[in-house]
Write a protein that binds this ligand. Structure first.
Ligand SMILES: *[C@@H]1O[C@H](CO)[C@@H](O)[C@H](O)[C@H]1NC(C)=O
Ligand SMILES: *[C@@H]1O[C@H](CO)[C@@H](O)[C@H](O)[C@H]1NC(C)=O
Ligand SMILES: *[C@@H]1O[C@H](CO)[C@@H](O)[C@H](O)[C@H]1NC(C)=O
Length: 638
């Protein structure tokens, strides 16, 4: 078939700007390359593939050792079960620069437009300088490359920003160094894959001492960030961070990190956590569900306590049992702790994470109407989070980075079923909210102290990008939180009521750009929408949904409401309270002459405003960076 197709392979050698320390490495690599590796990579409609051979310098024959193959194409599942298609997207494979051994390989599903580009970008950022990186499109993947194309261009890719969505593409390069080969195939009428074969000089830079278990680990693992960066390695163990003002509040509180086999995420999460002011290293306990050697070895390197709780089952059922086992373990191991902080392996903390908890943890055992302290903001989305010192309370689930008391954990265990059979128990945090919170609220900051950066295969990619990846994060430490005592129930209700009583009513369509007047002094607004029960008894949140969406707030569920009221901070000076009447206990504040807003009663014009505004919010800020198809002259089929 290669006789039929003439592909123009563009072989480019580019020294990448700003990589002086690695330029040196490159030169050395070329001067005395004792070993050479051969790489074959293909990209096409039917999948992708990679072969790595190691040649011995002496006779230019293939060495027997060191051949790696990975491929993904259409496979017959056998026994008449049909054909399994290959994973579609962009693949990243990382080779050890001295041995050509395959140390990381993943297909990122970038045939999907949303969010996964951020995960690819994250992994690129965590590949150490000097590593050999091979990228290829499997079936289709350029469509979802989006902003990641900027990093690829900065790393030396000539094509990443200029390819059409259906292009097939391969790129072999040295991280922080030169491109070995970059090829693209943009003629979509050709359905045969294109193949690239290159010779790769292997690095002869002396290996860091193998006696050191860290470098032994790095021999076999890619995308580990500063752990395996030989030029500027992360200090290990990480330095002890400075204490926070109320450090004594953190002393008796274990920090539980729930983790599994995604050790790239876990390393980043732990290093960030351990270097955050207020962190107490021996209070951290990693509880593993799946515990492959790559994870436990890493935890030894970091000198972090861990324990393994093997769990059985599948997907959410397995997760549900796992968290049950985690809570059990914490109750048994730390019976006298006032509270425990929980964090997942793919949640990054802000520098203010521990400072925030040190000021709020006491509320858990003081106010029986509070069941959790969340570090993640339930309402602080893009454009709606301004003041790091403000803390709120509302009905909400435990979310990324939360504290609960040991008493609450014991309550949970007492009612937690061994097995889940009900349809409302898909996720453990939802289950806790529905069955254990019993009307109690959580405390959370206006501006988040955590970001959930990990992206799994089952992630709702659109929501992840639209809401969570773009959420503001507090980027400094030691924020003094204002008026924490006002978060206890009585003072909070008192203050809340008094603010609402003095607020100005808004009565136009919430989707009009002029809905919230612009002000130059702190102003509180109140907007009344109709919130009634449906015939079968549940609340009908339709009006809430549209009113919240008009202001670009989370309207999808009732998460973040305090007694039927959503607080939306549209600017540092402006707060809008969406009051659901008559359901909310504050509903009586809506005067008789103001009809509560109801979507079903909108005029056609107003309804169109709603549709237009929501559409505008949902595509706002989403820019495609890789859609300019360059008028490159590629070879034609013969
Ligand atoms: C971690 O291990 C040390 C030493 O065994 C122990 O003193 C400490 O309590 C442990 N911490 C946690 C949170 O398990
Ligand atoms: C704290 O509470 C006091 C009294 O209620 C109030 O005057 C002050 O503005 C509050 N501070 C902040 C930052 O909200
Ligand atoms: C603030 O706004 C008011 C009316 O909206 C206006 O009269 C006043 O001049 C403004 N003050 C400043 C300092 O801009």
């Amino acid at each position: 078939m290669s006789g039929v197709i003439r592909l123009v392979l563009l072989l480019i050698e580019v020294m990448v700007m700003g990589a002086t320390s690695h330029d040196h490495r490159e030169q050395k690599q070329q001067q005395n390359n004792h070993d050479v590796s051969g790489v074959s990579v293909w990209s096409g409609d039917s999948g992708w593939g990679l072969q790595v051979h190691r040649y011995c310098q002496l006779n230019h024959h293939r060495c027997n050792e060191g051949m790696e193959v990975t491929r993904d194409g259409w496979v017959d599942a056998g026994e008449g079960r049909g054909i399994i298609p290959p994973a579609q997207g962009i693949t990243i494979t990382v080779l050890n620069q001295r041995t050509a051994q395959l140390i990381f390989s993943r297909v990122f599903p970038l045939r999907l437009y949303w969010a996964h580009w951020a995960d690819l970008d994250w992994h690129m950022k965590h590949i150490a300088p000097g590593r050999i990186v091979i990228m290829a499109v499997s079936v289709s993947g350029i469509y979802g490359l989006r902003h990641a194309s900027i990093r690829l261009a900065a790393l030396g890719s000539l094509f990443a920003r200029h390819l059409p969505p259906t292009a097939h593409w391969t790129w072999v390069f040295i991280m922080g160094g030169r491109t070995i080969s970059e090829t693209a195939h943009i003629n979509t009428h050709i359905h045969l894959p294109h193949h690239v074969h290159v010779l790769l000089p292997l690095s002869s830079i002396p290996h860091p001492p193998k006696s050191h278990s860290r470098w032994q680990y790095c021999e076999n693992h890619g995308a580990m960030g500063g752990l395996c960066d030989e030029v500027s390695p992360d200090p290990l163990p990480p330095p002890i961070p400075s204490p926070v003002v109320k450090q004594d509040q953190l002393t008796p509180v274990p920090v539980i990190v729930t983790a599994g086999k995604r050790h790239q995420y876990l390393y980043h999460t732990l290093i960030t956590l351990m270097t955050t002011p207020g962190a107490i290293h021996h209070n951290i306990l990693v509880i593993l569900g799946d515990a492959p050697a790559s994870t436990t070895f890493l935890l030894h390197l970091l000198n972090v306590n861990y324990t393994t709780l093997p769990v059985y089952g599948h997907q959410n059922n397995k997760l549900f049992r796992y968290y049950r086992a985690v809570f059990n373990h914490v109750a048994v191991t730390f019976p006298n702790a006032p509270a425990a902080i929980f964090l997942d392996e793919d949640v990054e903390v802000s520098p203010d994470f521990f400072s925030y908890f040190s000021q709020t943890l006491w509320l858990l055992n003081y106010d029986p109407s509070i069941y959790c302290i969340n570090a993640h903001s339930a309402t602080g989305f893009r454009g709606l989070a301004h003041d790091p010192s403000t803390v709120l309370r509302a009905r909400v689930q435990v979310s990324w980075g939360y504290a609960i008391s040991l008493n609450f954990i014991r309550e949970l265990i007492a009612i937690w079923p061994e097995d889940i059979n009900h349809k409302d128990t898909v996720l453990y945090d939802a289950w806790v909210y529905l069955h254990a919170s019993q009307g109690r609220e959580c405390v959370f900051p206006e501006v988040s102290r955590t970001r959930h950066y990990g992206i799994g295969v089952n992630t709702d990619a659109w929501s992840t990008e639209q809401w969570f990846l773009t959420q503001p994060l507090v980027t400094h430490s030691h924020v003094h939180l204002s008026n924490i005592t006002d978060l206890t129930l009585k003072p909070w209700q008192h203050k809340f009521l008094s603010t609402l009583q003095h607020a100005t009513f808004l009565t136009t369509n919430p989707c009009l750009p002029t809905f919230v007047p612009s002000v130059n002094t702190t102003t509180y607004f109140i907007f009344c929408y109709a919130l009634n029960r449906k015939p079968e008894g549940n609340l009908n949140y339709q009006n809430f949904y549209f009113a919240a969406k008009c202001l670009n707030a989370w309207g999808v569920s009732e998460q973040g409401l305090h007694e039927g009221v959503l607080t939306i901070r549209t600017s540092l000076l402006t707060t809008v309270y969406l009051v659901g009447t008559p359901y909310s206990p504050y509903g009586y504040l809506c005067p008789k002459h103001i009809l509560p807003w109801s979507y079903d009663e909108l005029s056609d014009d107003d309804e169109q405003h709603v549709v237009d505004r929501i559409r505008q919010h949902e595509i706002e800020g989403i820019i495609q960076n890789n859609m300019q198809v360059a008028k490159l002259q590629f070879g034609q089929t013969a």
